[in-house]
Ligand binder design. Sequence first.
Ligand code: GCW
Length: 707
Amino acid sequence: MKYIINTFIFVMFSFSLFAEDGSKLWLRYAPSETVYDFSRVTIDENTPTLEKALKELSIASQSFTGKDIEASKATDNSSLIIGTVKSKNIASIIPAKDFRGLGNDGYIIQTINKGGKQSTVIASNTDIGVLYGVFHFLRLIQTNQLPESVNIKETPKYDVRILNHWDNLDGTIERGYAGYSLWKWNELPNTLSPRYEGYARANASVGINATVLNNVNASPQILSKEYLSKVKALAEIFRPYGIKVYLAVNFSSPKELGGLPDSDPLNKEVIKWWNDKAKEIYSIIPDFGGFLVKANSEGLPGPQDYGRTHADGANMLADALKPYNGIIMWRAFVYNPSSEDRAKQAYLEFMPLDGQFRDNVIIQIKNGPIDFQPREPFSPLFGAMQKTPEMVEFQITQEYLGFSNHLAYLAPLFKETLDSDTYSNGKGSTVAKITDGTLRPHQRTAIAAVANIGEDTNWCGHHFAQSNWYAFGRLAWDHQLTSEQIADEWIKMTFSKDKNFVNPVKDIMLASREAVVDYMMPMGLHHIFAFGHHYGPEPWGDVPNARPDWMPWYYHNADSIGLGFNRTSTGSNAVSQYFSPLKEIYNDPSRCPESLLLWFHHIPWNYKMKNGRSMWDELCYKYDSGVQQVRGFRKTWEQMQPYIDEQRFSDVKSKLEIQSKDAVWWKDACLLYFQTFSKRPIASDIELPIHKLDDLKKIKLDMKHHN
Ligand code: GCW
């Protein structure tokens, strides 16, 4: 019997050592031969957040070396001293002036020598800052970046670093590809899944400090007493991790939930309803963050239903939250089926309102003017609204980039937008500098992204999709980090530090987004995916009686002459919404970046590209290059087997097989379809299509969605 038990324990032990299902994300704290000993911790304060910091150190220390930490109040003999500006120990080591400029979230990590003994200090103005410092310290250890002597001072670039969950109250997730929602609304507030804390911890580890729990296509029910008590339960779990809860609200809530005759923002009863609701929310959740609003967009209600403006609507809500320091994130994602180019509409609607918003309103703008395509130019609204705080909304969930089947590392996409120069305040007015307060100080700066998290064991569906959650957090903290640095950190913590693994995998990640652009929508093509679910190609798409601005032909404009959307001064003139010299650059096909050529121009099939090829040939080569790159990723991945666990190796392997097939599908569909207009042969030295256009047109995936 004893023997059997021992064997059983042994099997369990080895299973837990070697089975890797991705549930630990980048917080695996893999055992390591060379680990800085931080087991003797000094701490003379006690808050729930500092307890989490200690817990994290304990988990990490045990995992690295098998040894738990010992915490004590005295500094003697300690290897790590942590605390806030209020701590006596910290005050005796770090002068008060060093805390200036750290804000709420910043931290110091410093090596000190006391009586010939070296220790590390992690200090901050607040306990949350200490927690961030601890996570950073552990990151440095795990990525072999902790030098003999450290002296680090970090502060985040944005105040609010927020995830937007498009989670519905019935447990489904709009555009979610990692299973059902993490939030078990029907179990809350009584049953609390352990994943709630896991979620908060993972976010805190990358500096994310806010979350919108529910879909922007919001149900009024979220503001009911019943749901607010569920929200409160989540907020309490998140609080020690520094995460504030926000809610997406339906503009018609006073009518739908409150039973008022309308939801007109100038109606006194409506104003009172929102004021009362704000009071109720803050009495339950005192640190509630605020509201996110999608109004008069894709059929949702809004102030325009009553002849009012976005400013009227946003200000009414802003006034309701103002006494409690809450903010309104008002989305600029608006467009209607009209004769005006969709790419221009948000700008046309919001520019006249510049200067009319309350100071606790931030306009939340998607990175591009259309909708999270694999590549878009930045939205011309960035920088244009000179008197209104603006924030970027990215999409981490891969609605248009192959769901959770395709490996697409998105840091390069995020950075492309953040680093784009808008020229709004002269050269160097990047989207990052406009939104982070550098060029325009705002009361509060923010950055958002639509989450890719669900209840799948590995949280994100694809193991590599975790890197996009990670990258968003890291860039929201510091948008000057490079995509490469972030990938490097993530790979080392998530998989392995072996350079034979790190380097090739990093190459895959860094090339992956451009590969997706190449096999889906190269050269500025956009919105040519399948109707409804948005998975796979459908450049021919034409649904009878559907809105033209949801149809691929509206965007690609293929005809016998050429391809692309003429947004120049001879076309929709969307270029005019950009500052000089960008508008002139985009207006001129010879100066427009070729990566955006078909976004701004209708280009003849025989147009000569910079490399001498015709536009048609270049299109063929681009699609082919996308396919070849994914084939390369597969080959490289095959070599990675010795370095990581079997489960994650084979999970990624099978996803790459799907991606590789999908890439061919995209290439064949787009080239064969566009060929019906170009009437030119497919470039002879690329892989020829293996499908027939008619067969591809018959593919109908069984996935439901509204547009
Ligand atoms: O990208 C589109 C999506 C919709 C989404 C909308 C939005 C939440 O297809 O599913 O709705 O954008 O951002 O509001």
